[in-house]
Design a protein around this ligand. Structure first.
Ligand code: H53
Length: 835
């Protein structure tokens, strides 16, 4: 407020507020101006990248104007805001999205063509913002899009990693990781060097008496690292509303860059301190659904939570309200347990710094937070060792112990006869060393806990949080089934399909209310519509085939059935089941006569996905896929009947090419292990069918689209425990066709068999934890059904079109409205109309 322009000068100011472009000529003018002045390039020195930069800067100008207005509007409206804390935001590219959201892509395309460029080439110059691993990070990005599009006053808070998820190269069939330095040119962020927060680490806690004789705890000593804000505008679709994503970067605190050392010639060690501070936000940990308990990761978490909370509290304090209003003004959503430290941090701010008493503070804290659980996999549940935590965050450890003590007292009073209950629900696991169970802390400190699909939300109540349902009652737990943004995953990724739908539905309204898709059912039998729908799928497959040719050097037939499994490589997602199925198919083809082979539905099996660098088994699966591809793709007997492709470096922008081009996609996790899955939704929305297990959101997709339109197979979640038991203690005989696959591998058909022995032995000798052998026969049978179904093209397309028409439920707009109503209690804030 102090920095605002005095009233008498505002007229002059307003006269010059930029208005943005609306015609191709105006766009060209802005684009050329940026290329020539901002970038200092010229007509004689302007490649596609420079033109991308000019285009991005022209659109950025437009976004910034909307963004400024939105932020001002939010400040003046003074209503409840939501803060989405996520260590990952897998945003992908921004330009195409920005152009479509402001409705100016056609204008820009025209302008670019007049300048001598093709839109496609320009858009593909952009480096993906890959600040995430997989589903969890992409969900956060879809949520930001929906929050902005639905006009919610919402902020995202994350870390500004200098290196996003690594780039994957395939060398001799093996994954090699290459660092992803993505910040050379990033026009989408604004460094706010004036918005910084000092973050403390290490040190010790001292107790003092204040003037009234009450004892206060003071966290002293240790070291300070500075958090610097970088802001990214998040535009909504067809609304001026443009929200903020604030990412924190770490830097040595000004006092810490030791001038003493510097002047006394210890220049190097002084620079080393600087670098150590910057390390905190340097890299994204490349694990998906796996936590490794590294100190630097804990540092990242605290750094980000403390900076974000400081910011949120500072904004609240400006309203001059009383603390009891905090939960009515602020909703904070914890994306998984990664931001759980925000809970003890807010308690610390309120008690140690603002002087509230414990109970009052805790009542505020536990009304503010909501916690989303995304997994029941034991290896993914975060636990921090108490000694490590004590060293890094001594005051927070005390606070967690006090939270736990109060909680356990309550449990003891409520369940006096159940002694074991206390150790089961304690935040502290009595192991050696003791561990802090972050999911329990997140749950105890939140007013709502949600899972991400119905089955998963039921499972958390009967497994990992069973006792907490008894303690808090069932109403604390709820479900918000995941969703995806139709703007990126339909309109942007599949523009022709989006236009076809718009032509039938009378406009693009369905992109804001996806349930309108149901009207497409009226066109299921419309010849013209069906023809166009098929042509679009074919064109998308041709595009992918072209990409495969360029990237892998393999020609694939676009008329073949494209069978796609793209996602992180993980044993529970069972890419091994898929590749064993491919080998089984290959063996069958080899055993056929040439005549029989001609009758087959040709198939292209497409894989993509990264393995965590330390996840040896996942890397073995990648290696096997590539080895199988090498053999199959070069086998003259096979020809078009089967091709096996591993697409390197699967990421958001590749997903935008792959998703619209699939006929069948695979979502085949062991039942009960995939919390939701979201790519299943993307494929269906683009008119692809699914082969899947009864897991995650597949179940709800089936309910919506109908059992006839999905290929389900495999054992159910409720049977998994017994099956695992039977592997370990029963007499289990391996399915004979899977045995044949293993024999082919051990005969060396795909190279040195010893490379794959751990993979095979995990199934044959070590209990087959993911139940590959139990589901193999039904998987193969279902694949045969798919071939049969594909032969009946008329029915096939009916299934595809019906599927698209019934996907309305899976928009992330629906999720966000559910969170807003059930968990956050926030209302949209429509943009102010110009006077
Ligand atoms: O989160 C997705 C789910 C998916 C689940 C995924 C996920 C991660 O990507 C990383 C960690 C984690 O605990 C969960 O695996 O099933 O769709 C979004 O909810």
């Amino acid at each position: 407020v102090e920095a605002s322009i005095p009233e008498p000068q505002r007229a002059a100011w307003k006269k010059f507020t930029p208005k943005g472009f609306t015609t191709p000529e105006e766009f060209e003018k802005e684009c050329v101006r940026h290329i020539e002045t901002t970038l200092a390039r010229s007509l004689y020195n302007c490649d596609e990248f420079a033109t991308y930069a000019g285009t991005a800067l022209a659109f950025r100008d437009r976004l910034v104007l909307d963004w400024n207005k939105t932020q001002q509007n939010q400040t003046f409206a003074d209503q409840k805001r939501v803060y989405y804390l996520s260590l990952e935001f897998l945003m992908g590219r921004a330009l195409d999205n920005a152009m479509l959201n402001v409705g100016m892509k056609d204008v820009a395309a025209k302008g670019l063509s007049e300048l001598g460029f093709r839109m496609e080439d320009i858009v593909s110059q952009e480096h993906d913002a890959a600040l995430g691993n997989g589903g969890l990070g992409r969900l956060a990005a879809c949520f930001l899009d929906s929050l902005a599009s639905l006009n919610y006053p919402a902020w995202g808070y994350g870390l500004r990693y200098r290196y996003g998820i690594f780039k994957q190269e395939i060398v001799d069939g093996y994954q090699v990781e290459v660092p992803d330095y993505w910040l050379d040119f990033n026009p989408w962020e604004f460094a706010r060097h004036d918005i910084t927060v000092d973050i403390q680490f290490y040190g010790h806690v001292s107790k003092y008496q204040d003037d009234n004789g009450t004892s206060i705890s003071v966290w002293e000593g240790g070291e300070i690292v500075q958090a610097v804000a970088y802001d990214v505008p998040v535009p909504g679709y067809q609304t001026e509303n443009t929200n903020n994503l604030r990412l924190w970067a770490s830097k040595a605190a000004s006092g810490e860059f030791d001038f003493q050392k510097f002047n006394s010639g210890e220049y190097e060690s002084s620079v080393a301190d600087q670098q150590r501070a910057e390390t905190i936000s340097a890299v994204l940990y490349p694990n998906d659904n796996l936590e490794r308990g590294k100190e630097l990761r804990l540092k990242q978490q605290y750094f980000w939570c403390a900076a974000s909370l400081y910011d949120i509290v500072r904004r609240f304090k400006k309203t001059k309200r009383s603390w009891k209003d905090f939960p009515t003004q602020v909703a904070i959503q914890l994306n998984d347990t990664h931001p759980t430290l925000a809970i003890p941090e807010l308690q610390r701010i309120l008690v140690d710094q603002e002087g509230l008493d414990w109970e009052e503070a805790w009542s505020i804290v536990s009304k503010t937070f909501g916690y989303t659980n995304h997994t029941v996999l034991p290896e993914a549940l975060e636990k921090w060792s108490v000694p490590l935590f004590q060293h890094l965050l001594p005051r927070h450890l005390q606070i967690i112990y006090d939270i736990n003590l109060n909680f356990l007292h309550y449990v003891e009073r409520t369940f006096p006869k159940d002694r074991d209950m206390l150790s089961r629900v304690s935040i502290i696991e009595e192991s050696n060393p003791k561990m802090i169970r972050m999911a329990f802390l997140a749950l105890i400190g939140s007013h709502k806990v949600n899972g991400v699909a119905e089955l998963h939300s039921d499972l958390i109540k009967t497994t990992i949080f069973k006792d907490f349902v008894k303690v808090f009652g069932p109403d604390k737990f709820t479900n918000v089934t995941n969703g995806i943004t139709p703007r990126r995953w339909l309109h942007q990724a599949n523009p022709r399909l989006s236009e076809l739908i718009a032509s039938k539905l009378g406009g693009h309204e369905f992109l804001k209310d996806l349930t309108l898709l149901h009207k497409l059912e009226n066109y299921v039998d419309d010849k013209e519509f069906r023809k166009e729908f098929q042509e679009i799928k074919y064109a998308n497959k041709v595009r992918l085939a072209k990409h495969i040719k360029e990237a892998n050097g393999v020609s694939v037939n676009p008329s073949a059935l494209f069978d796609v499994q793209v996602k992180r490589i993980h044993e529970y997602k069972r890419q091994q089941l898929n590749i064993f199925g491919v080998i089984h198919r290959y063996l069958a083809i080899k055993a056929m006569s040439p005549e029989e082979r001609k009758k087959l539905v040709p198939r292209v099996s497409i894989f993509g996905g990264k393995a965590a660098p330390g996840y040896w088994m996942a890397k073995t699966v990648i290696h096997l896929i590539n080895q199988v591809g090498k053999v199959v793709n070069n086998d003259k007997d096979v020809g078009d009947a089967l091709k096996v492709i591993f697409l390197e470096d699967y990421n958001v922008s590749k997903a935008e090419i792959i998703t619209p081009a699939s006929d069948i996609s695979e979502h085949i996790s062991t039942a009960g292990t995939e919390a939701s899955g979201t790519s299943n939704m993307k494929f269906c929305l683009n008119g692809g069918l699914i082969i899947g297990t009864c897991d995650g959101a597949n179940i709800e997709i089936t309910r919506e689209i109908g059992e006839n339109n999905i290929f389900l197979f495999g054992n159910l979640a409720e049977d998994v425990e017994d099956l695992r038991h039977s592997h370990l203690y029963g007499t289990y005989t391996l399915d004979s066709s899977l045995q044949a696959v293993f024999d082919a591998i051990s005969d060396g058909m795909f190279g040195d068999a010893s490379h794959f022995s751990a993979l095979v032995n995990g199934i044959v000798e070590h209990g087959d934890y993911y139940l590959v052998s139990d589901d193999f026969a039904s998987y193969c049978k279902t694949q045969d059904l798919i071939d049969e179904a594909y032969k009946n093209q008329e029915e096939w397309w009916t299934k595809c079109i019906t599927t698209v028409a019934r996907m309305g439920f899976f928009s992330s707009d629906r999720c966000i409205d559910e969170y807003a109503e059930m968990i956050w209690n926030v209302e949209p804030l429509p943009p102010k109309q110009e006077q």
